[in-house]
Design a protein around this ligand. Sequence first.
Ligand code: DUC
Ligand code: ZN
Ligand code: ZN
Length: 476
Amino acid sequence: MRFDLVISNGTIATASDVFSADIGIKDGIIVQIGGEMGEAAQTIDAAGKYVLPGGIDSHVHIAQPSGEGIVMADDFESGTRSALFGGNTTVLPFCLQKKGRPLREALTAYHALAKGNCYTDVSFHLIVSDPSEAVLGQELPALVEDGYTSFKVFMTYEDLRLSDAQILETMDVARRTGALVMVHCENEDAIRYLIGRHEADGTVAPKAHATTRPIAVEREATHRAVSLAEVADVPLVIVHVSNREAMEEIERARRRGRKVIGETCPQYLMLTADDLDGMDWEGAKFVCSPPPRDTASQAACWDGLERGVFELFSSDHCPFRYDDPAGKLNPKGSRSFRHIPNGIPGVELRLPILFSEGVMKGRIDLPRFVALTATNQARTYGLYPRKGTIAVGADADIAIWDSTLTRTVRHADMHDGADYTPYEGRELTGWPTTVVLGGKIMVHEGELLGSKGDGTYRSRGRSQYATPTQEQSFET
Ligand code: DUC
Ligand code: ZN
Ligand code: ZN
């Protein structure tokens, strides 16, 4: 048999092109695009459908330790299953260093959780919470060599935040090793100050999460992060950008010649701070950081997606169950916003939201959709060209989309471990109907055909943007 699988009659989109051709797959790899296909063990007829690279979601949290008594709603099985049904074939979760402990220890535990349980391929970022001399001097450089080529640092959360000096030291490791630093930009001291004022006048409902983390808190930290990266001379990723003022910091830094990669997420297009104001503590369902803003910020984020301020559109999937003592309504969280775990589910709806609201509504074209959700993600995090595109020699990670399908979002139809979706009741047009991972049909017409364990851990190369001072462009 010449091919294991042929996908015929579809319209293929890459980050640079839209064209009609058949795809021939052998041993998990795309081996032919276009021309006579000949015999195949399996064929999918994709007539009338779009054939896109499988989504790569470079920002998800799965089974991440989340504080006393709090349990994340997804393990690797449910999180990657949900990702798969949403048209993704690779996700990049975060491995969190425990303070005072080596990163390797966290990695060993995290790999054990993932092994044999994944429906998509996975690769880990590191969260550096304790940049000790040993971590900076030995551990991180060795881990970069081993394919852990990106790390996230936090400017917020008492137990995670790094000082400016620590951020600079971590950036310096990235500069020397070619790793890429991702920064969560919110000013913790300013948040503490505002929390104090809110508590003093008894304002403790979920909405206070938004008013204690206003745009100025994110803008200031974004400015500081890009400035620190300029001092250290490293490129950086500003993750989960929520508003125009933070975007302007990114654009200003780029005008100074800096390499700054911007990421935004579905919640900043679809939700506002008013969603945190629901009856009966329902606002807790929308608590995430940075918080959703207002409709002007939503428009700004769309503008950023259209103009290229953002190269990455990721979910920041960080699921906690709502009606659960280990989730949003934990005993303390049901009394004060301060104790509501931060994060919302989104890995399954990231792509349908951008397809429906972006492509179908004419805000972005299909190549830009592919760039934002797969190609740029692969380029940024050292997976390209093995992943993130449809090309001969690439992994056969493919999602087939039906742009005529309109569905109302119901959590009952989701495949994650949460008990709600923030997008309940939204009507979306354009859904993935078939997902192929490494040449294997994992989902077809809503049916799960793959098994947990079909997804494997993928070590990464260095980001193609992680070279100091040298100009790079996202053009394909
Ligand atoms: N940052 C994230 O990236 N995800 C969830 C919570 C947070 O603060
Ligand atoms: Zn974050
Ligand atoms: Zn996140």
